[in-house]
Design a protein around this ligand. Sequence first.
Ligand code: VG1
Ligand code: CO
Length: 542
Amino acid sequence: MIRIVETKPYLDQKPGTSGLRKKVSVFRQPNYVENFVQSIFDSLEGFSGKTLVVGGDGRYYNREAIQTVVRIAIANGFGRVVVGQGGILSTPAVSALIRAIGAYGGIILSASHNPGGPDGDFGVKYNIGNGGPAPEKITDAIFAHTKTIAAYKTIDSGDVDLDALGETRIEGASVEIVDPVANYAALMRTLFDFDAVRALFASGFRMRFDAMHAVTGPYAHAILEGELGAAPGTVVNGTPLPDFGGHHPDPNLTYAKALYDEMMSPAAPDFGAASDGDGDRNLIIGRGIFITPSDSLAMLAADAHLAPGYAKGLAGIARSMPTSAAADRVAAKLGIGAYETPTGWKFFGNLLDAGLATICGEESAGTGSNHVREKDGLWAVLLWLNILAKRRISVADLARGHWATYGRNYYTRHDFDEIDLVAANGLMEALRGLLPSLPGRRFGALRVEAADDFSYRDPVDGSLTMGQGMRVLFAGGSRIVYRLSGTGTVGATLRVYVERYEPPSGDLGLDAQVALADLIALSRVLAGIEERTGRKAPSVVT
Ligand code: VG1
Ligand code: CO
């Protein structure tokens, strides 16, 4: 029995960089989840009788929201809803599952790297039939529907038992609870040389994987320890918890500091990695050396052919605009395409579908390939392991070798979290006004070559996306980029990205903060960060 329930719109349901993210207290308002989910379905067509994949990162409110999504999906006419056991599915696993079973789309309950728990964040994202995040055309339509919604459809049925594997029938539809890991692990086996990685671990290679009490725990336990023979205890914080153990599931040098400290200690294992709330990010740290995500993208692309899934080579490499140009140098050497997109994985979907790019990455610790349409944390870890298993060198030697060939793009990102929204918008407006006067100006040894607000014309569908970040480009390849985050839930987060290129003949062994000191200082002055926000220093440096 389908029931139509009257509702009133909420005016703040605008999806950001990756879905709708708000405080749990916001999502718990009456009909808040219902309105958004109904608005998703109201923006789609032709899904009657088709399959929807549903899962989340296990955070607080995950189970409740999944029950709501299942009811509304059935009431709207989906014929089959496939849910990860316990409500668990990592973002890349959802993407893989949508593709494997030919689902119409999927809904992921996650606020990714944002903290969880009753006072933390929650989120909802919609993925389309190619397994990737809904493009802006759809997220814009969803937002438009949320502003006028008057009713949603649901069914009167008890809760689905999310923990019991198998199929039940509800109102003529099938609800199937599946193992969240099986399909994903099978896909990984087709891409990587598991025998070579098993041999690497058997030779005494040691690893630490920090799942940050988030969704990758079950995946890492099953694949790294279960299948590849990594020593028991390799995976730490491997049980997903609703509040991530009170931590911030963001794999960076601030929130994954325990891993970093261990990797810098004399007893460090050979290889360290971590992933985020929903399993799509990866942090890579070798013994004694942190690999920036931008460098990781470039290094993986350069050696990807060592993994069976990429043995035939890459079609192209895509990176988000703020990501360093290290990957472009690899693309140039390989003679393949290099693409620069706005921030957010949704912009890679067309390039991957069209076969223009094989590997994509973001400076925010996201890397992935055409095996799914999301960034994929464990995939990046497995590609690193596959490469190390074939080359049998340390992470530090691999990095030094890479820089000796391509030069080094020194890189850092400084985040100013939870600043005043009005101050943040004022700062960006002032910068926009300043841009035209910058080309030709000198700041010490730095000369501005160009300055703009980044916009992107999608080469596949021709769509134009504007206002994607203020770029100040200096002669020689250095740059400063300013963006406001589209995933934060309190005030505004200002991200400042700083990069400088050092050729192979130059000094390749500096600390990034030292190598970039003059650009960092200039980034503060140019934008007037302290005067406008009151912040003397960033909250997070990566
Ligand atoms: C951030 C990152 C961006 C990433 C996005 C989603 O967005 O900068 O690169 O795609 O998070 O990642 P923003 O708008 O806050 O800068 V995830 O792992 O949180 O879904
Ligand atoms: Co994420």
